[in-house]
Each structure stands twice: as structure tokens, then as C-alpha cells.
Design a protein around this ligand. Structure first.
Ligand SMILES: Cc1ncc(COP(=O)(O)O)c(C=O)c1O
Length: 393
């Protein structure tokens, strides 16, 4: 059986050895210098001014939305668009924080939202922000999405949990909006077991994410920023300053174990993404040639494709069902990410007003006729051939 995920870490044996040594010798395992070092390293890799490390990609999504609410950039009742084809914890924080989560359909050819689909939604609804998902390492015309958002005064946030390392027109995905989120869960491009991040060039937003990450207090701000916030709120006494809670927060902190792993795994990231890219092209060349079975996937507009998993959208439910049957006990497969969010029970329950705005959508078709097979840097040539054979014969 070819599993979706083969290991917890890239270079697993060596990583586990180093981790064991680190834990045995560490004097602190709760949030500390390893996490802060990883924040610097990851910001540099992403090409962002700042990075805030959190305990999951879902926490990063929650923290960025809470930070925007705390800063008054979003208010309860505001409409926020999101990609209809995504993971549950992309729209969930919107709903949890009293925003109206409006699904925006994706393109069949890229599985991602295009500026055309966004424009259609903007022409119908007063959208304040767009929480775009860069799905599976792909994107559509995200440069045009950025232009459109600027023009219409829409805050653009990227959920880049599946697209670490993809480059579009010379820019890394995750750098097109005001902030982006990443996931370092097992099976993602790099793993810290559990982990996530918010990257941004906006320092007041990064500060607020740090406040949101830990209880609403200021302990992880620089001393200059602590002084600023303390004087704003007239907190003079050191007795109270460590226990003043400035805004709404949670405890979403990672541990030193995650921080240590982050810096270690980041050393392998260019090797990892190159292998994922190569695996993708090997499968794509063979499998997408079966145009009688699968809808075409467009990816030649992407400069470097850091693929997360290999998707196919079958031309009928019968073709998809036959493929599921064929793969059973041979290759582990699953629906494309979390499928069409409007089909999910949580969405119908909590955001019913927008559960039917997309009629006969591409997201629905992909939900019903799509599946994906894992891509990871440890796939062997033989395994790739087995997958190709199953999907083409
Ligand atoms: C697009 C997207 N957003 C968010 C998440 C959540 O990340 P995590 O599992 O680290 O909470 C995932 C997880 O796979 C995802 O695919």
C-alpha cells in the first residue's frame, strides 16, 4: 500500500536522533529561543519581514483573523470571501468570530480562485476581505487578484498551508496579501509535528498576532513595543505589566521542540520542494494525458510548482468510483482537500445564508468527482510507476 504520508520528518532517522539529543539537553521546552530563531529563519525563507510561529496552521488562520478583528480592520457582520474548495479551518475562524463567510468558486483548470471568479463575487457582495487558499501548490492569476483587491479596497489574506515554495511570476506564494499562513503538520512540505505560522510585512499586525497567540498579553513583543503599548494603556507598574491583557487572545503557542524541528527541517526545504516538483511532473505527464478520463489541469503559468498532492478530477462519478475501487489496498487516496465547504454540515448549520449561493459550482463538481493521491519526497520511481499504471490503465 502506498500511503499518503510516509514519515513524520524528512531525513527521519537523523532528525529523530538530533531531536532526542536536543530534548535530553534542553533546559527549557516551553516557548523560547528555539521558536524565536525559527521565526527568523522562516521569515527569511518566505521573504517576509516577520513571522509568528504558532502551534498549527489552523491556529495561524484563527490568529490572523482575530488580529484583524482586534485591530478593527474587520468587524462582526462583515462579509469575508473564501475559496469554496479548501480545508475546514480556513472558513471556520470567520464564522467563529462573527464574520459572514462567503464561498467563492474555483476554476476547474487550476482548482483555485481566479480574479474573474473574485470579480463576479465582488460585483454582487460588499466584500471586506478575501481569505484566499492556494490549493495543493497551485494558483490561478493571483497577481490579478492582488490588483483587484487593491482597487476594490479588499484585504487579501493567503492561506498558504499547502503551497510553501511555489513561485508565480517571480514571487513566492504567501507574499501577495497583507499576511499569509503556513502549516507544518506532518505530511505538509515541512513538518514540526504540529505547527503553523503567520508571515507579514506589517509589523503592527505581527505584534497583534503575538498578543493573540498568548493570552492577550505583551510578553513576546520587543521591549520598544512593550513600552509603547504600556504607555498607551498607562500600565506603569512592573507588578501589573506582566499580567495586563490588552486584547482578545488564546494560547496558541508552539513548544521549543517544534521550534528546534522547524529550523532543522527548513535546511532541507529546497531539496524537499524539488523532489515534490519532479514527482508532480512525472505523474502529470502520464496521467493528465488521459483527457478522456480527467479534466485538464493547467499549471504551465506557474514558475515553480511546489506540489502538495496530485489531484485528478474525473469526467464522471462512475470514472471516479472505478478509480477508487482500483486503488483500494494499493494506493491511499482521498477527496481533494476538504472538498466543497458549502456541502459540509458545519457550513450548512452555521452559515446557511451562504450555503446555496454557488449553484452547480466547480467546487461541487470537484467534490463529487475529484480525488488526490499523496506526493511526498520519499516516493520511489517504482511507486510512481504503480500510481501512473493505476490511473492510466
Ligand atoms: C488549506 C489548509 N489550511 C489550513 C490547514 C490547517 O493546518 P493544520 O493541520 O496545521 O492545522 C490545512 C491542513 O491541512 C490546509 O490544507
Amino acid at each position: 500500500m502506498i500511503k499518503l504520508i510516509k514519515s513524520t520528518f524528512y531525513n527521519e532517522e537523523d532528525t529523530k536522533k538530533k531531536l532526542t539529543y536536543f530534548i535530553s539537553n534542553a533546559t527549557q521546552l516551553s516557548f523560547g529561543p528555539q521558536c524565536q530563531q525559527f521565526e527568523k529563519n522562516f521569515a527569511k525563507y518566505q521573504g517576509a519581514k516577520d513571522c509568528v510561529f504558532l502551534n498549527s496552521g489552523s491556529s495561524a488562520n484563527l490568529a490572523i483573523i482575530q488580529a484583524l478583528v482586534n485591530l478593527g480592520k474587520l468587524k462582526p457582520g462583515d462579509i469575508v470571501g473564501f475559496s469554496a474548495l479548501t480545508w475546514s479551518t480556513n472558513p471556520m475562524p470567520l464564522i467563529q468570530l462573527g464574520l459572514l463567510a462567503l464561498p467563492i468558486d474555483v476554476e476547474m483548470s487550476t482548482l483555485n480562485v481566479s480574479s474573474k471568479k473574485l470579480k463576479e463575487a465582488l460585483d454582487r457582495y460588499p466584500i471586506k476581505a478575501f481569505f484566499l487558499t492556494n490549493l495543493l501548490g497551485f494558483c490561478d492569476d493571483i497577481d490579478e487578484i492582488r490588483v483587484l483587491c487593491k482597487k476594490r479596497n479588499v484585504l487579501l489574506i493567503e492561506d498558504n498551508c499547502e503551497s510553501l515554495g511555489t513561485i508565480y511570476k517571480g514571487e513566492k506564494l504567501g507574499n501577495f496579501g497583507i499576511a499569509s499562513t503556513s502549516s507544518f503538520y506532518v505530511g505538509h512540505h515541512m513538518s514540526t509535528i504540529e505547527g503553523g505560522a503567520v508571515c507579514t510585512n506589517n509589523m503592527s499586525l505581527a505584534n497583534m498576532v503575538r498578543i493573540v497567540r498568548a493570552h492577550g498579553w505583551d510578553r513576546n513583543l520587543s521591549s520598544a513595543n512593550q513600552n509603547k503599548i504600556r504607555s498607551k494603556f498607562k500600565v506603569n507598574s512592573t507588578f501589573y505589566s506582566r499580567y495586563t491583557f490588552y486584547d482578545l487572545g488564546y494560547n496558541l503557542r508552539p513548544t521549543e521542540i517544534n521550534g528546534f524541528l522547524g529550523s532543522l527541517q527548513l535546511k532541507y526545504i529546497s531539496e524537499i520542494v524539488k523532489k515534490r516538483n519532479k514527482n508532480f511532473f512525472t505523474m502529470a505527464k502520464a496521467i493528465y494525458s488521459r483527457t478522456d478520463r480527467y479534466f485538464p489541469v493547467k499549471y504551465d503559468h506557474i514558475e515553480f510548482l511546489s506540489n502538495f498532492a496530485f489531484p485528478v478530477v474525473c469526467k464522471s462519478v462512475a470514472i471516479r468510483d472505478a478509480l477508487v475501487e482500483k486503488c483500494s489496498n494499493k494506493v491511499e487516496i482521498r477527496p481533494i482537500v476538504g472538498g466543497d465547504m458549502t456541502q459540509q454540515p458545519f457550513f450548512k448549520k452555521h452559515m446557511n445564508m451562504f450555503a446555496h449561493v454557488l449553484q452547480q459550482s466547480n467546487a461541487e463538481l470537484i467534490h463529487k468527482q475529484g480525488l488526490y493521491v499523496g506526493n511526498n519526497p520519499e516516493l520511489t520511481a517504482k511507486e510512481l510507476q504503480t500510481i501512473i499504471h493505476l490511473f492510466t490503465s
